[in-house]
Design a protein. Structure first.
Length: 276
């Protein structure tokens, strides 16, 4: 029985191979994470340091991404914005993914009336655009990092529930699961020791999609002014502040905009590489 279970797990993870997409994605995402970690301890300039004499300074050796309308160093603020985005998106997906696994595992394995009720609620939540639902939640909870994480986490739970439930339904009648039941293995052990490891390749790919959605949602909320609040730097808030200076200081908008694209690209390449 144990040998059969390990064979299934090895077969699932054995399909994950390194390829150019995965390598490129890991490199880009790794650099982004390193920058985010460094920003928590040090940045070239203080992210709140203002200088009237350096307002809208063009990119130079002193300020490689230029300065904003308050004379603040854009590169330093982009670094902090990366850290904020990485933190919020990671905690959001950790929260929603964990809850999604628990609910999806129980509904997919046991089925019944509870499954029907939960999935109808799931369908109702999925009928709303995620960003709109997040706006409703954040309007009730208020602004701030913690509330952004909680609101986005709640919004992304239904998508993970559906993915995990579908995989559990697919595997709950597999031969090695039937053998486990005949041997008297408990339902909880079957769910989280025998089935869960075998759905992880599919689930990990869905996590990359979820992280990208969380990044874009957090940036969108900050752009609208209901996400991360000053004095904390946010890529979305920087874009919002820069929109009035597109012609006078294009670097102000290009720096956070291109950074968001690079972060999303890195995670997308990882997801594409995992699917190859």
């Amino acid at each position: 029985m144990k040998l059969l279970e390990m064979k299934h797990i090895k077969k699932s993870f054995g399909e994950l191979k390194l390829n150019k997409y995965l390598i490129a994605g890991l490199i880009i995402t790794g650099i982004v994470i390193i920058i985010g970690i460094i920003s928590a301890f040090a940045t070239p300039y203080s992210t709140t340091q203002m200088s009237a004499s350096e307002k809208f300074a063009a990119p130079s050796l002193k300020h490689i991404m230029g300065t904003d309308n308050f004379g603040r160093d854009i590169f330093s603020r982009v670094m902090q914005g990366i850290g904020t985005t990485v933190l919020i998106s990671t905690l959001t997906i950790a929260f929603s993914g964990t809850i999604g696994i628990i609910i999806g595992a129980f509904t997919g394995y046991f089925g019944g009336i509870i499954d029907e009720i939960i999935m109808r609620i799931n369908d109702a939540l999925n009928s709303f655009p995620s960003i709109l639902l997040a706006l409703v939640v954040i309007s009730v909870l208020g602004t701030g990092k913690q509330n952004v994480i909680l609101s986005l986490g709640i919004v992304f739970i239904p998508s993970f529930v559906r993915i995990v439930r579908g995989e559990f339904i697919r595997l709950r009648d597999a031969e090695y699961i039937k053998n486990a039941r005949l041997m008297g293995v408990s339902s909880l052990r079957i769910m989280f020791v025998h089935i869960l490891p075998n759905i992880m390749p599919t689930f990990i790919v869905s996590l990359t999609v979820g992280i990208n959605n969380a990044i874009l949602a957090e940036s969108g909320m900050s752009y609208l002014g209901i996400g991360v609040q000053p004095p904390d730097a946010s890529l979305g808030k920087m874009l919002s502040d820069a929109q009035g200076y597109l012609f006078n200081a294009p670097w102000y908008a290009l720096a956070p905009g291109i950074t968001i694209v690079i972060i999303v690209l890195g995670v997308s390449l990882i997801g594409e590489g995992l699917r190859k």
